[in-house]
Design a binder for this molecule. Structure first.
Ligand code: SF4
Length: 470
């Protein structure tokens, strides 16, 4: 049953229904609701783990398991999960595992170039609304088709990065030697095709690795390879339906979409595996300038992040190409049920004192970090009161009555702002202007209406705040 059609009552009927509270919930129905929201695993219900309840457990797992299987690549803290998704559209529940981005290395690269690329991948980091956005994997391609060179490149990549790896070669002999360099690191093997599937399946089973099934632009062929691999005993499979830019883009996106819909909405188990996109293919196109390839690769990658790719192999390591992708990925994989928020409270910026301005904002992470960045970059010494708006922006919080004169007055009182400064002047965001009068009445603070956009705060303060006389 698709996740969007599953109700707590469907799940409740299969629980032990003793209301024993051993799961930490007040009763079985509360646990069922959390199960349907995928907030807790079945294993948190101890009575369900009793062997006598195995038939119930199996039925529940059948209802709750993700239609897109979760496939782990790598080991230890750095391992990544591909897939494990329940819905086609994010708003039907949420997406769980962000698209993994792998950057390629070739076994014919000079040592310095390989080291520089590994360093660039490891050091790529962008702080965005309190999160660190990073790249996830390395994909080592055997362009030499020389088993020894491939083994050396794989070993080097692992030793220098300790990141999860994708090993890329269609030649089983080359692949075997690459796997021998990282026998216990669980890399993703790329790829089994209709020609080499048996040898690749044997390697996947021998080394306990996930395996990509590849059949570019032939979905029936892809399904047939998956069926064969499953029957042969391979469990962890990733699908490569083919990726092309330019004229091939519509078919690429149609195939990714068709596979995801077939697996989730039509219950086709043979297609219920993570999807691998390879925007790197655009580098095979003739271009006057490599920047054109980078541009095309970034566009293709963005389209695939939106259209269900669980992993991508890319070549460009330019910040301008990768930065929009990691931000896009972050936005799409944010849980729409829980607005991204920060802790309410009072923050200090610069070296504020008891005469410094007191500003106010909401606890929506994007709003908070935008205001914080503007205050930091303008080197303003001030106090910032962060009101709990349940993660809504100022405008939405005012409209939805999550930021009211009451909540503002309460925040000033609870956070003891009156003990932090001597004055009683509060600078409200411009979008909270309509509650300024009521704030004055309820809090006893003079409410000044600040700019609509926090980038205007420095100008506003220079025109309206005179520290020596406040
Ligand atoms: S532990 Fe299981 S049986 Fe007990 S209340 Fe929770 S869901 Fe119900």
């Amino acid at each position: 049953m698709p996740a969007k059609e599953l109700s707590p009552i469907d799940v409740y009927k299969l629980l032990p229904r003793t209301n024993c509270k051993e799961c930490g919930e007040t009763n079985c129905m509360a646990f069922a609701t959390r199960l349907v929201n995928r907030e807790v695993p079945l294993e948190k219900c101890p009575p369900l783990m009793d062997p006598k309840n195995k038939p119930l457990y199996d039925k529940l797992w059948g209802l709750l398991r993700p239609p897109i299987r979760a496939v782990e690549v790598g080991v230890g803290d750095g391992k990544v999960t591909l897939g494990g998704e329940y819905v086609v559209y994010r708003h039907e529940l949420t997406y769980f595992h962000p698209t993994v981005i792998a950057i390629d290395l070739s076994d014919e690269m000079e040592e310095e170039e390989m080291e520089a690329r590994i360093k660039a991948v490891r050091e790529f980091e962008y702080e965005y609304i309190g999160m660190k956005l990073k790249l996830d994997m390395l994909a080592i391609r055997s362009t030499s088709n020389d088993p020894s060179r491939f083994e050396a490149a794989v070993r080097k990549a692992w030793e220098a990065s300790k990141m999860p790896l994708i090993l890329c070669s269609l030649d089983p002999t080359v692949m075997e030697q690459g796997l021998a360099a990282v026998p216990d690191k669980r890399p993703l093997i790329y790829a089994a095709t209709k020609d080499n599937w048996r040898e690749m399946a044997e390697l996947a089973i021998m080394y306990g690795c996930p395996l990509v099934a590849s059949s570019p632009f032939d979905l029936n062929g892809l399904k047939s390879i998956v069926k064969t691999l499953l029957e042969y005993g391979v469990k962890d499979i990733v699908l490569d339906p083919g990726t092309l830019g330019s004229e091939g883009l519509p078919e690429t996106l149609n195939n990714f979409t068709a596979l995801r819909i077939a697996a989730i909405d039509k219950g086709d188990d043979l297609l219920g595996f993570p999807l691998l996109g390879t925007p790197i293919t655009v580098w095979g196109e003739e271009a006057e300038d490599p920047v054109i390839n980078e541009w095309n690769e970034a566009m293709l990658a963005a389209a695939l992040i939106v259209r269900y790719a669980d992993a991508l192999i890319m070549h460009s390591i330019s910040g301008w190409a990768l930065l929009p992708l990691v931000i896009l990925r972050q936005n799409i994989y944010t849980d729409p049920r829980k607005p991204v928020s920060v802790e309410p409270g009072v923050r200090r910026f610069g070296s504020p004192n008891e005469l410094s301005p007191v500003l106010l904002t909401s606890n929506f992470a994007l709003t908070y970090y935008t205001v914080a960045s503007d205050l930091d970059s303008a080197k303003i010494d001030c106090h910032l009161v962060v009101v709990d708006t349940e993660g809504l922006s100022v405008e939405s919080a005012i409209a939805g009555r999550k930021m009211t004169a009451d909540t503002v007055a309460e925040a000033l009182k609870n956070f003891k702002v009156g003990e932090i400064v001597k004055h009683r002047k509060l600078i409200l965001p411009g979008r909270a202007a309509r509650i300024s009068g009521e704030v004055e009445e309820l809090s006893g603070w003079k409410a000044m209406v600040g700019p609509l956009d926090s980038s205007g705060i420095p100008k506003f303060l220079s025109e309206n705040w005179k520290p020596e006389t406040e």
